[in-house]
Design a protein around this ligand. Structure first.
Ligand SMILES: Nc1ncnc2c1ncn2[C@@H]1O[C@H](COP(=O)(O)OP(=O)(O)OP(=O)(O)O)[C@@H](O)[C@H]1O
Length: 582
């Protein structure tokens, strides 16, 4: 039934068209100037047939309003056709992309992603897109600090810093041109893992080979490399939750620092070059095979010994900068790090890096000997029993990582080849010899308190002008003046009394005024020595009080145990007397 009516409908339309066309051809023979039905008339005719009266209405609108609704109709039809064409184009492009595209994928947690977005922001990739992501770059606080009239108490100072926008490719797909080729950057699957969004990113290129993409990545890496040359990447252990997750590296990138120039670390020249040559030789391309040919583990260990603030950490950072290595800093004082964590942390180190184990003396490493001693003491000593402490409590006090656990990590089978281990300590004598035996520690460097010459060097480092900082290099006159000031300054500093950190702290209070630093140094020395003296007195008093308290405790415990023994004896006598009496 329905088919029948639709047949009628089509027949009607064709009839109507045929009549028009017949009429037109008849007329055309009679009158060649008579209008024939043009393509433009087909739609109105069809509509007239479907909606009787449409022709009348459209003519009336044309007559009265001068508006040709047929034109509107064609515009709508054209628009619909365009949309359809776009769909066809999209699916054709998808098909083309599928067949003729190369894609490289990386995830948002990878360092590749960071390097791509840095590159995109630098090259302005996001700028061509109609939809971009924007972020605000951190204000350049360094530039503010270098201003003479900077007042840290004024909130406005920080607020007034210009903040720059960072323009990045949007999360949806985005085409861009690079070196005459179209590339597409898109974010894909987003997954939530351990509270973190991990997004898959894809960079594609229409090409029959992967070469253009490889070239693009080479460009990205070379831009990143230029930046990295002067930077040191710093890693710390990630928090416990992330460390436990199989999705994350146990290390967290916590920052990137301008590499510390080696000349800014004050250390005996011969020692400095000894350690640098040693590392250079270790990192030489032939050294790894030299080690493996001889069955030696390809690792190097250094021990930096010296009082606090003498440059042990600074030298570690400078070494990382000189050799372009990332630095992994680990403190065993972090009680959340278990032996298993330590193992995972060491196992996931890259093959070339500097790993710094800070303050290993105060880390509370459980010493094999100490544990045995404690256990024996606990078993035999009634004094310890009476204090109510259990042996495992003592073990915990001793530290959460055992010496054997640490040794295992440092040179066990799983330990990474090629890493440079730096252990720092303030107290060499408190270290277990096993920890620093040759093979684990290959070179020990001693750091000292400041000599007069060191004070001279430190002053020079603090006030030298660098041509690279848009500051004019020093003239000869200026340079001889600053040498004179450095000499005067060094003259005041007593030999081997202050650490470089202490003197640096003082100089920082006169950052832009070397004359004032020289003028005020004597007063500072006296004040600091007096403070040190008072601190030392307090420390001694506290030590004395602790000693007296423990002696008193021992005495009272001894008294208690004597009276217990006497009571037991008396009780024994009473019992024996009673027995005898009975
Ligand atoms: N030898 C040095 N040369 C240059 N700067 C130094 C030196 N020693 C210390 N400093 C300065 O003192 C500060 C602390 O130095 P650093 O952390 O390297 O000392 P450290 O010996 O590792 O101390 P700690 O034993 O307390 O860890 C840094 O800002 C550093 O610039």
């Amino acid at each position: 039934m329905r088919k029948h009516s639709s047949d009628n409908f089509m027949a009607g339309i064709l009839d109507s068209l045929a009549q028009t066309s017949k009429g037109s051809s008849a007329n055309s023979s009679a009158n060649s100037s008579a209008p024939t039905m043009s393509a433009a008339q087909i739609l109105p005719r069809m509509l007239d047939f479907v909606l009787p009266g449409y022709g009348f209405i459209s003519n009336s609108i044309l007559d009265f309003l001068g508006l040709d609704i047929n034109l509107l109709l064609y515009a709508v039809l054209g628009f619909v056709m365009l949309i359809q064409l776009r769909r066809v184009f999209d699916s054709a492009t998808d098909m083309l992309l599928d067949r003729c595209t190369y894609s490289f994928t990386f995830d948002s947690e990878s360092s590749m992603y960071k390097q791509f977005t840095d590159w995109a922001s630098k090259v302005g990739i996001g700028l061509g897109a109609r939809s971009v992501r924007i972020d605000i770059k951190d204000p350049d606080i360094n530039s503010l600090l270098s201003l003479k009239d900077f007042n840290p108490l004024s909130n406005d100072a920080i607020r007034s810093l210009p903040r720059k926008l960072e323009i990045l490719p949007a999360y949806q797909g985005h085409w861009f041109w690079y070196k005459g080729r179209p590339y597409r950057f898109a974010h894909g699957k987003r997954e939530k893992k351990e509270g973190n969004d991990i997004i898959e990113a894809t960079l594609s290129c229409i090409s029959l080979s992967s070469q253009p993409l490889t070239n693009l990545f080479a460009d990205i890496l070379s831009v990143a490399h230029q930046e990295e040359i002067s930077k040191t990447y710093i890693f710390w252990p990630a928090n416990k939750q992330r460390r436990a997750s199989e999705w994350h590296r146990p290390w967290k990138h916590i920052g990137t620092r301008q590499s510390r120039p080696i000349r800014t670390v004050i250390l005996d020249r011969a020692l400095k070059s000894k350690v640098l040559w040693d590392i250079a030789e270790f990192l030489d391309k032939d050294t790894a095979s030299w080690y493996s040919d001889r069955g030696l583990p390809y690792r190097r260990g250094y021990l930096f010994v010296g009082p606090p603030g003498t440059g042990k950490t600074s030298l570690s950072f400078a070494i990382a900068g000189v050799f372009q290595l990332d630095i992994y800093v680990l403190s065993l004082q972090d009680i959340s790090i278990s032996e298993n964590d330590l193992m995972a942390l060491f196992n996931s180190l890259p093959s070339r890096c500097v790993v710094v184990l800070e303050d290993i003396d105060s880390a509370g490493i459980k010493n094999r000997g100490t544990i045995t001693k404690l256990k024996t003491t606990n078993e035999s000593s009634s004094a310890t029993r009476s204090s109510g402490r259990k042996s495992n409590e003592n073990d915990e006090d001793e530290g959460h990582i055992s010496l054997s656990g640490l040794l295992n990590v440092i040179d066990g089978i799983a330990s990474k080849e090629g890493r440079i281990l730096v252990m720092t300590t303030n107290a060499l004598e408190s270290l277990d010899p096993a920890l620093i035996r040759p093979g684990r520690i290959d070179l020990t460097i001693e750091f000292q308190l400041l000599s007069k010459q060191d004070a001279w060097d430190l002053f020079d480092i603090m006030y030298q002008k660098k041509p690279s900082n848009n500051v004019q290099p020093q003239s000869e006159k200026e340079s001889s003046l600053s040498e004179e000031l450095a000499a005067q300054f060094a003259e005041h500093i007593p030999n081997k009394v202050f650490s470089p950190a202490e003197v640096q702290g003082y100089l920082l209070t006169h950052k832009h005024d070397p004359e004032a630093a020289v003028k005020g140094v004597q007063a500072w020395i006296e004040e600091t020595l007096e403070k040190k003296r008072l601190d030392e007195e307090k420390r001694k008093e506290a030590e004395e009080a602790k000693k007296t308290a423990s002696e008193e405790l021992e005495k009272s415990e001894a008294k208690e145990s004597t009276s217990t023994t006497a009571n037991e004896k008396t009780e024994g006598n009473i019992v024996s007397k009673t027995k005898t009496g009975s």
